[in-house]
Ligand binder design. Structure first.
Ligand SMILES: Cc1cc2nc3c(=O)[nH]c(=O)nc-3n(C[C@H](O)[C@H](O)[C@H](O)COP(=O)(O)OP(=O)(O)OC[C@H]3O[C@@H](n4cnc5c(N)ncnc54)[C@H](O)[C@@H]3O)c2cc1C
Ligand code: FES
Length: 303
């Protein structure tokens, strides 16, 4: 149908109405395969193998619309090199930038470690299911991390830090191979001096300077005084760690329903399309990476 001068109503509307300006959320969600440009705004060496990168999405609307949950991840792309899933280690309470803690392991991460402040990467996301912070609110939290597993749970710890009165007692047990492998030392120093955070650091191979715990994370865990009725566990670390940590949590009578753990699997799309991360009937990228005990129990080789 046309009006008296022959233009279709749709065409007339398009000419007379102001063009629709997409919101940041529409832009982010419009094409989830599209990496959005982000600038590296800070780089900090954490250990010989890991660096902490701060990124700012260059489009202001996209930057404002980007909201994540502790435990979620992004797909980070280096143009012409490749794309990798990386956990967001900063807290959602800090808006405008995200931090990723990246270990140098292969093609993409090696290349990222060579990049400088000001360089541009691509980011897609946030993806996946994070820690259930709403359910955790009002409860005591026991965080157990090993090695690089500190990256996703740091987002949770910083979130709790910024909403401290919403949570009960917070205990962090973090295990590293050697004292030189401990990441976020400055933050651990801060948490160590706060009365409302109990921090236990343990290493497998101490050096002469080490005065903390020695051995696997489960040893100091056994000595903890836990109120099982209102404690949630958040666990992330090397695959071998999970079963033993869960065993100690159960010895402490923490309910299986309150035990959450973050897993890593090989991923491509990050959003349940390609099947690369499938474990049994679950997709790690959308059903996880954070699973509760019952879900994790059904994931072959995880527990
Ligand atoms: C949900 C999720 C969150 C992650 N968070 C972080 C993080 O916060 N920081 C970080 O440094 N890394 C993280 N990783 C792992 C990271 O994605 C891999 O290290 C990265 O993909 C390696 O890519 P590359 O091109 O550098 O190495 P490649 O050249 O692709 O591979 C180097 C080696 O790493 C192995 N590898 C590759 N991808 C994975 C993987 N997903 N899991 C285990 N081994 C892998 C390869 O088999 C190979 O042996 C995460 C992975 C997932 C799935
Ligand atoms: S990474 Fe493609 S389905 Fe999970």
């Amino acid at each position: 149908m046309t009006d008296s001068v022959g233009a279709s109503p749709l065409a007339v509307r398009a000419l007379t109405e102001a063009p629709h300006v997409m919101t940041g959320q529409e832009m982010l969600m419009g094409n989830a395969y599209r990496p959005w440009p982000a600038r590296i705004t800070s780089i900090r060496e954490l250990t010989a193998h890991e660096k902490l990168f701060e990124f700012r999405l260059t489009d202001e609307r996209v930057r404002e619309a980007f909201v994540h949950e502790p435990g979620q991840f992004v797909e980070l792309s280096l143009f012409g090199v490749g794309e990798v899933p990386i956990s967001i280690t900063s807290s959602p309470t800090k808006q405008g930038f995200i931090e990723l803690c990246v270990r140098r392991t292969g093609t993409v991460t090696e290349q990222l470690h060579r990049m400088q402040c000001g360089d541009i990467v691509g980011l897609r996301g946030p993806f996946g299911r994070g820690f259930p912070v709403e359910q955790m609110r009002g409860n005591d939290i026991l965080v157990v991390a090993g090695g690089l597993g500190i990256a996703p749970v740091r987002s949770l710890i910083n979130y709790i830090h910024d909403n401290r009165s919403d949570f009960g007692k917070v205990t962090i047990v973090y295990g590293s191979r050697t004292p030189a492998d401990i990441m976020f030392r400055d933050q651990f120093e801060m948490w160590r001096h706060r009365k409302d955070f109990d921090l236990i650091l343990t290493v497998d191979e101490p050096d002469d300077t080490w005065d903390g715990e020695v051995g696997v994370v489960t040893e100091p865990m056994k000595k903890l005084d836990i109120n099982p009725a209102n404690t949630f566990g958040a666990v992330c670390g090397p695959p071998v760690m999970y079963r033993f940590v869960v065993e100690v949590m159960r010895e402490k009578n923490i309910s299986y329903d309150h035990i959450y753990m973050s897993f890593e699997r090989h991923m491509k799309c990050g959003m349940g399309k390609c099947g690369h991360c499938q474990i049994g009937h679950q997709y790690c990228c959308i059903d996880g990476p954070v699973f509760n005990y019952w879900e994790a129990k059904n994931i072959q080789g995880s527990m």
